[in-house]
Design a protein around this ligand. Structure first.
Ligand code: ME8
Length: 655
């Protein structure tokens, strides 16, 4: 078919289900999503896979601790992971669970191929095993700690099937030589080549000490070793045994953190070579985000969660920070301080300010229509050159996975436009024909640069660039712009600007950090369900409930309150922050009604308030009481309880 798009297949690791997603996992998934968007804009048909790694001892233990069967435990966790990626706007095209039937079949098929080709044999193995990393540690002695995570190793002896990894030393070294880009970055490649040159030992690929795993057909109680199982997920996601029909194998790109480099660059290609299947084209290894210079883990209490950041600053801010702050491939420190600083400087004052300023001036001078450019001056052409060079630079750096550099180039162009506006001062020009033409040239030039940076930044900032695109009144969707055809001068003129909207409202650093931390705390230590109702609107209560006595009802102190102030909360779409006079004092109360009530219209309104509820923080904002509302319809639309007919006294008790 002549116009069939080229295919591109990329993956993130298949994450373990015995933990919850944190900023490190989000990092890899965000980068994968940005590459996916970029490739689509370059005309590729792209599939991005992520998923959950659901087998092994750790899951057995976690399920036991939770008192539920493993299958139920992993099903819940898979939902949690998948839902988070969906919520954050980074959903997989293929979400593969290692308990999926399609995957189980693929693992068993891969094993069969390796065995038929003579690369699998039965033997006994005694070794030191890290149950946290699901790996035997070669050369470790009893009592040693895991070199990766530092936790104690366990001595394990069992009958295993072995994979003849030793037979792949030369084929692997030849493969690395013939495919010099297989392992990136270069330093990682050298590390792996030395490792393989040092000799490879055969690898046990089945277990009898573990029961929660994919069974080896006809060989029960053998189950597959988690890495033989997990790596294969990349193949199961795109057809498994039927991969040729889907046309996405071999993968173009596996994105992984440095913790799992050997599995991906040594074991995985060896398994595939043994099965005579095509080997992936590239493994790109990135560094770690560290918190206080150490790897994040819940047990250390230093995990950074993605949701509170996305709620407070928007997902684009988090994406921008992750891809701009650290050179891809190297380790970097995560700090809320750096995050909010970048948000304010690069997004609020940079892109956001340029967009709103440009739109406001076009609104004021050209009734909101993008003007046709008047005669051009050298300084206008200089901006055109900056923009054209930025296109080349941003592409080149992105292609090389130098995301920070690519963004830096784009933001340099934004700064050039700011400087240009400051020196050209379109606001100081009058209404004469000549001045109007000059204003048209300046504003057209600025808007055109803005259009170009919007397209270039789209893979990293998908939501906000879509807003800028709509603000500029440009046709179609920004995601549909073909990157390869992007040139200076394509700005649609005469079109009406879209509605202005706040892109990146500036935030006060300390307050923003406190709010993010409070939200993270809420998420890590969830409050009882009753409170959640206020945060998520008035959640529907069950229609019938157990009967209570009057004394139980009397425990709830409800009073008439009057709303004094009401305001929206940045980063919490559903919540309003109210101050309410309850007769004896004025209280701050948060209410999940923002989608249904305009804050200005609430001032002076009398409402029923539960006043003896323990104070708590909602989205990081203190709430001291609860406003009573009916929950209407399937979506639970809140309708405030009130006193329209009587002039009730503020503070009167409801009985
Ligand atoms: O290893 N900084 O799963 P996992 C940057 N199931 N990236 C980080 C990170 C951090 N602090 N923490 C985690 C597994 N990551 C296996 C993979 S694949 C066939 C099986 C990211 O849940 C990074 O991509 O421990 C790392 O490689 C991965 O999460 C590990 O996820």
């Amino acid at each position: 078919m002549p116009d069939e798009k080229p295919k591109f297949y990329l993956t993130t690791p298949i994450y373990y289900t015995n933990g919850l997603p944190h900023i490190g996992h989000t990092y890899t998934t965000v980068v994968a999503d940005a590459i996916r968007r970029y490739k689509r804009m370059r005309g590729y048909e792209v599939v991005m896979t992520t998923g959950t790694d659901e087998h092994g001892v750790n899951v057995e233990r976690a399920a036991q601790k939770a008192g539920i069967p493993e299958s139920e435990y992993v099903a819940r966790m898979a939902v949690t992971w998948k839902a988070l990626w969906d919520e954050l706007g980074i959903p997989a095209d293929e979400f593969v669970r290692t308990t999926d039937l399609r995957h189980v079949r693929t693992v068993q098929w891969l094993f069969k191929l390796c065995k038929e080709n003579g690369y699998v044999y039965k033997g006994h193995y005694t070794g030191q095993y890290c149950i946290y990393d699901n790996a035997f540690v070669n050369d470790a002695k009893p009592g040693d700690s895991c070199p990766d995570c530092g936790r104690p190793l366990e001595t394990i002896t069992e009958e295993n099937y072995f994979f003849k990894l030793s037979a792949f030393q030369k084929p692997l070294l030849d493969f690395y030589k013939k495919n010099p880009n297989f392992i990136q970055p270069e330093t990682r490649k050298n590390e792996i080549i030395s490792f393989v040159e040092g000799g490879l030992k055969d690898l046990s690929i089945t277990r009898t000490t573990v029961h929660w795993g994919i069974p080896v057909p006809g060989e029960e109680p053998h189950v597959f070793y988690v890495w033989f199982d997990a790596l294969t997920a990349y193949l199961s996601a795109v057809g498994g045994p039927d991969y040729e029909n889907r046309g996405f194998w071999p993968a173009d790109l596996h994105l992984v953190g440095k913790d799992i480099i050997r599995f991906h660059t040594v074991y995985w290609p060896a398994f595939l070579m043994a099965a005579m299947l095509p080997v992936p084209k590239q493994v790109w290894v990135h560094g770690w985000f560290l918190m206080d210079s150490s790897k994040m883990s819940k047990s250390k209490g230093n995990v950074v969660l993605p949701r509170p950041i996305a709620n407070m600053l928007g997902m684009d801010a988090m994406r921008y920070f992750l891809m701009r702050e650290v050179v891809f491939g190297q380790d970097g420190n995560f700090s809320y301080d750096a995050l909010v600083t970048r948000y304010n400087s690069d997004l609020a004052n940079g892109l956001g300010n340029l967009a709103s300023r440009t739109a406001a001036m076009i609104e004021k001078n050209f009734v909101g229509k993008i003007p046709k450019p008047g005669p051009r001056l050298p300084q206008d052409d200089a901006i055109a050159r900056v923009a054209s060079e930025t296109i080349g630079e941003a592409f080149e750096q992105f292609e090389n996975f130098a995301f920070a550099r690519s963004l830096e180039a784009i933001w340099t162009a934004i700064a050039a436009a700011d400087k240009y506006l400051t020196s050209e001062q379109p606001w100081a020009l009058g209404d004469s024909e000549a001045d109007t033409q000059r204003k048209a040239a300046i504003l057209w030039t600025t808007a055109e640069l803005l259009r170009i940076v919007t397209v270039l930044a789209h893979p990293v900032l998908p939501d906000s660039t879509a807003k800028v695109w709509a603000l500029l009144g440009q046709p179609g969707r920004v995601s549909a712009v073909e990157l390869d055809g992007l040139r200076w001068g394509q700005l649609a003129t005469g079109v009406q600007l879209g509605k202005a909207q706040a892109l990146f409202p500036r935030v006060e650093k300390q307050e923003a950090i406190e709010r993010i931390e409070a939200m993270a705390n809420e998420e890590l230590n969830p409050a009882p369900a009753a409170h959640a109702a206020t945060a998520s609107g008035a959640a529907a209560a069950p229609a019938t409930a157990e009967k209570i006595g009057i004394e139980d009802f009397a425990k709830v102190e409800m009073r008439v309150g009057q709303i004094k102030t009401a305001e929206r909360i940045v980063g919490a779409d559903k919540l309003l922050k109210l101050t309410v006079d309850i007769g004896t004092e004025i209280r701050q109360v948060c209410a999940g009604i923002a989608q249904y009530y305009e804050p200005e219209k609430l001032i002076g309104r009398k409402v029923a308030v539960v006043v003896n509820l323990a104070p708590r923080k909602l989205r990081g904002v203190e709430s001291n009481g609860m406003i009573v509302a009916a929950s209407v319809g399937p979506e639970g639309r809140p309708v405030l309880a009130g006193f329209p007919d009587e002039d009730v006294e503020i503070g009167a008790r409801l009985k």
